[in-house]
Design a protein around this ligand. Structure first.
Ligand code: NAD
Length: 325
């Protein structure tokens, strides 16, 4: 555990990298207005509040808000770069625009560094690799990312995506420093631990767990319209909201606390763009939901647990036919 500015936030080693990341990580996709329009000044205050309270891991991408998240995060980090472990991504640039070619990645890193107002990233990740040919990631993207690492522009490299078996398939053929997946370990899904965690742990690959709120399903407001979750999953989320409220808890606190207890993931990335959410999510580490509440939540989750959805190329899906095993 290390302290910063008098605050206490648990820091954990990210695999074999020498990075010690805060157990609550700042997901910056909301800064790019991915969920709804946000106030940039409030977003900057949220970044500053997070740093002041001990969050040191920040994750963004050129894709989030089509450059907006990187631009806003870069502006907010002006003068504070040395206090954070900064992660961004490459290869995904729009909903349907993917380009992992060496030439694009070489340009992409310089564009990200310029928007983030820094001369290096701590972690650079190939973004949502399930949308492309896995062999291209092995043969072209990762070797190019290693070349850029040797130039000193990035300290470590990783891959991200929803389909866990493909992440493993790639990492078995082209070693990476970190793996990031989302919505696969939280109150409504946990197959991260059968499909990826044992592999990552055995090879000491850093594991980042994203979307503890299941991208809004586990919030009072509910999931945005674009979310792939079924009606049953959305309804289960709202039942959990009520079960928590009935016992004087908030779903966000309980959902995040559950993820912080993961035995191997070093950090849980939660999307934030307001000071209020930063404060709540930091306080969530002190949340101790009673066993009765967790048992109620497990019962609500049971009929919809691990409801996976197909995304990316069919050859990269975790489940064929597209229902969880
Ligand atoms: P999330 O589960 O963290 O949910 C974010 C939503 O919850 C936002 O609408 C946010 O405003 C809201 N929220 C945050 N804290 C709250 C609180 N205490 N109470 C109520 N609502 C709250 O989903 P996410 O943002 O998609 O995931 C987190 C981060 O993980 C992303 O910002 C991104 O950095 C990373 N991520 C990466 C990938 C990838 O690389 N493929 C995919 C998904 C997420």
């Amino acid at each position: 555990m290390v302290c910063y500015n008098g605050t206490l936030m648990l820091k954990k080693p990210l695999g074999a990298t020498r990075l010690l990341v805060s157990e609550v990580g700042f997901g910056a996709s909301p800064l790019g207005d991915e969920f709804r329009r946000t106030d940039p000044a409030e977003g900057a205050r949220a970044v500053h509040a997070a740093i002041d309270r001990g969050i040191n891991f920040f994750d963004t991408s050129p894709y989030y808000g089509r450059k907006l998240s990187e631009e806003r995060l870069g502006a907010a980090l002006e003068g504070k770069r040395q206090h954070v472990i900064l992660a961004s991504k490459c290869g995904r640039y729009d909903v349907d625009l993917f380009d992992f070619s060496p030439a694009r990645l070489r340009a992409s890193i310089d564009e990200s560094l310029s928007r983030l107002r820094t001369d290096y990233l701590d972690l650079w990740q190939a973004h949502d690799v399930e949308f492309v040919d896995a062999q291209q990631i092995v043969d072209e993207a990762i070797p190019t990312m290693r070349e850029i690492q040797r130039q000193g522009k990035v300290r470590f490299i990783g891959i991200t995506g929803f389909q866990l078996k493909q992440l493993r398939w790639i990492a078995e053929r082209a070693p990476v420093d970190t793996l990031l997946s989302y919505c696969r370990y939280n109150l409504v899904m946990n197959d991260l631990d059968t499909l990826l965690t044992p592999f990552a742990r055995e090879l000491h690959i850093g594991l980042v767990n994203a979307s503890p709120l299941h991208m809004g399903v586990l919030t009072e407001r509910g999931a945005p319209a674009w979310h792939a979750a079924s009606t049953e999953v959305r309804e289960a989320g709202q039942k959990m909201v009520k079960a928590c409220e009935a016992r004087g808890f908030r779903i966000g606190d309980v959902a995040l606390r559950y993820c912080l207890d993961h035995p191997y993931a070093a950090t849980t990335l939660v999307g934030m763009s307001t000071v209020e959410h930063v404060e709540r999510n930091i306080a969530a580490s002190n949340c101790r939901p009673p066993v009765e509440l967790m048992s109620e939540i497990r019962d609500i989750a049971a009929p919809i647990l691990n409801q996976w959805w197909p995304t990316g190329r069919e050859e990269n899906w975790d489940y064929h036919p597209p229902t969880p095993a």
